[in-house]
Design a protein around this ligand. Sequence first.
Ligand code: BTN
Length: 254
Amino acid sequence: MVRMSNEKIIGNDLKIFDVIDSTNLYAKQHIDELSHGSVVMSGRQTHGRGRRGRVWNSSDDGGLYMTIVLKNDINTEFAMRYVIATAIGMCKAVNEYGANAAIKWPNDIVKDGKKMCGILLEMVSDSEHKNDIIVGIGLNVLNNDFDEELKKTATSLFLETGKNYDKNDVAKKAFEKLDEAYKYCVNDFDKLLCEYKNLSDTLNKQVRILELDGKERISGEVIDFDEYGRIVLKDYSGNIHHINSGDVSLRRKE
Ligand code: BTN
């Protein structure tokens, strides 16, 4: 498994496009040419992809669209750690600009329930059959004209702070925070989990866990997150459930 030292790695190697279909797709297709820590960025995307096959609206150049490449045979069992670390890094980055955002389990960065940043982690096998990770990050930076539907659920750094930003500065800030977070994935995941809980918008909240078809699976209170990044939920009969993020979505109880 890859070990992160104190050395700065993220973003040392940058591939920048004005427009591309999807930075995740590019990273997948060019995985053998991309080094550990390299970042693929684009001003816009024509086919931005979100989790569960959803579209990530990227036609606007107000957003930061980038994919981080983490190489060298990462144990699939630990992939969730990189999701958690990415959420922490991005949340800390936007909070340095005064966003006062939090993490909605597993990996959405939200402010008052509205999403500012989404993360799409994918495992890729390279030509040597090693497991690499690509982490797609979509951060709404300057966006201020979401369509009527998105307005209800999305926000941006600009909308939350009223300030303008140079997207390159925001990217650099993100690289710094991601470098810090990734180095704890291997040896000190407890430290990451602790930070994750401090930044959580979900911990100690009453929630409903929904199947992908929208049916409720279970509801209760979120009492913890475990070493695999699963939610630990206490249902209303007092039973404890560890739930993987893979096949469910979460709603806060009103
Ligand atoms: C989500 O659904 O919350 C995840 C959204 C991830 C979007 C980013 S934008 C950069 C990268 N390229 C993609 O096509 N998707 C990710």
